[in-house]
Design a protein around this ligand. Structure first.
Ligand SMILES: [Zn+2]
Length: 446
């Protein structure tokens, strides 16, 4: 049996609308091979801070420095520019938003513009890993005007900014683009190695990239989120989302209970008294320690076909991992009609407590009770959650050998580097980013 749900997809790009009609051939100034050569885009490079926690104070001081404010202002400046140019489908700053009374402070937003008046599309929700399909919409088809800048690790271990850097097609840049259906100010997409056309699946290297973006932004109001297939991602091309919200998410305020501290100093806890069961990762001797603990868990979930969402908070210091089963229940006809009628898709933002509502009635009647009721349907049962935890912690063997890296991490090894030989090899094969000398018009020094 194949499980599917019907939903109206949210447009992340203005070029997604043409999806059904568009063949190959272009002339739209897109990010694909047809148009990309010779293109220049701003380039922000960050320095690796592998010694993050050992030199915590140093790093934190640096984070308060110019580079941090710089990424923030670059992102928001470029985002505002796209708003002036009318690239968004609606004015998100005009959407009504309120904090719902109660202990958790769920946030309700009325967003009628986000909803497309279009026929629903069928989405397969019972396969977390699906191969990339170049015929479907993907981010190489977005217009270059939707792309804000390239985001890369620097070669010289300095934070640099190049306002007009050529795109290195052979290296495949990671880019930050606008989401044309924003749910908050500064809503963007981080698309790692855009030209490699990676499917929506977490791997170590690109999860670390997302974590670096959170660290570089250095702003507690800036969070990144990830939805797997089967957990309300609609585009099977690797991407993270991110935006600014100037209040804490309810999930950030939920209490937690420590489960364990693993090798590398990463503390893993579980959420308590929150409608959705989930894990919380924090600490770690280095940023890769924290990153690998989370990405290893994500890889385990993916390989066991368990849909999940990830929220990166606290400037990259705290990460929530939430396995979920709403779409599966929906496909099996197990979700109540009144919840379905709201057409709320419980992706990472909703799960974290930012409820994006499509109907005024739901907005007017929004209450902590209603939010709780929806999110409780998203959560795995206690029994299933225990099974999933057992999978992640290696009590039950994960299927793929890739997953063993996580077990190994829990064992007593000590180089702090990714443990999976396959991925290590893949990383060694990657050509280092090439900087074009002479194009450097601005260097941001710490
Ligand atoms: Zn093109």
């Amino acid at each position: 049996m194949m499980l599917k749900i019907k939903r109206v997809p949210t447009l992340l790009s203005n070029y997604q609308k043409d999806d059904d009609e568009e063949g190959s051939g272009c002339g739209r100034n897109c990010m694909g091979n047809c148009c990309i050569r010779g293109t220049k885009l701003p380039l922000y490079t960050f320095k690796a801070i592998d010694k993050m926690i050992h030199e915590k104070d140093v790093v934190e001081n640096e984070q308060r420095g110019s580079s941090v404010a710089f990424l923030d202002s670059l992102l928001l400046g470029e985002w505002e520019d796209r708003m002036q140019r009318g690239l968004f489908r609606y004015d998100v700053t005009a959407c009504e938003t309120k904090v719902i009374a109660g202990d958790y402070g769920f946030i309700a937003q009325l967003n009628e513009g986000r909803h497309l008046k279009k026929r629903p599309t069928e989405f397969r929700v019972d396969k977390v890993l699906q191969p990339f399909d170049g015929n479907k919409f993907n981010f190489t088809k977005v217009g270059q005007e939707e792309v804000l800048f390239q985001f890369e690790q620097s070669e010289d271990n300095e934070t640099n900014f190049f306002p007009n850097a050529p795109i290195d097609v052979d290296h495949s840049p990671s880019v930050v683009a606008i989401n044309v259906s924003p749910i908050e100010y500064g809503h963007v997409l981080l698309i790692p190695r855009i030209l490699e056309c990676l499917p929506q699946r977490i791997d170590r290297e690109n999860f670390l990239l997302a974590l670096h973006m959170a660290v570089e932004a250095g702003n507690p109001y800036f969070r990144l989120g990830y939805n797997s297939l089967g957990a309300f991602a609609t585009i099977n091309h690797l991407h993270f989302q991110a935006y600014y919200l100037a209040v804490p998410f309810p999930i950030e305020k939920a209490s937690t209970r420590k489960i364990t501290t693993i090798h590398g100093g990463v503390k893993i806890s579980e959420l308590l008294n929150y409608p959705v069961r989930g894990l919380v990762f924090e600490g770690g001797n280095t940023l890769p320690d924290l990153s690998n603990a989370v990405s290893g868990s994500c890889i385990c979930l993916q390989d066991n076909n368990i849909p999940y969402n990830v929220l990166i908070c606290d400037s990259g210091k705290r990460i929530f991992l939430i396995p979920q089963c709403y779409a599966e229940k929906q496909a099996l006809g197990e979700v109540s009609p009144e919840l379905l009628d709201t057409q709320v898709n419980p992706a990472v933002w909703e799960i974290s407590g930012h409820m994006v509502l499509k109907r005024r009635q739901d907005y007017e009647e929004a209450s902590e009770g209603n939010a709780w009721k929806l999110l409780a349907e998203v959560s795995l049962s206690e029994e299933r959650f225990q099974e999933v935890k057992a999978l992640i912690f290696g009590t039950t063997a994960c299927r793929d050998n890739e997953d063993r890296s996580f077990d190994m991490m829990m064992a007593d090894e000590d180089d702090g580097s990714p443990q999976c030989s396959n991925e290590m090899d893949a990383m060694k094969k990657r050509t280092p980013p090439r900087m074009v000398p002479g194009d450097q018009e601005c260097v941001v020094k710490q």
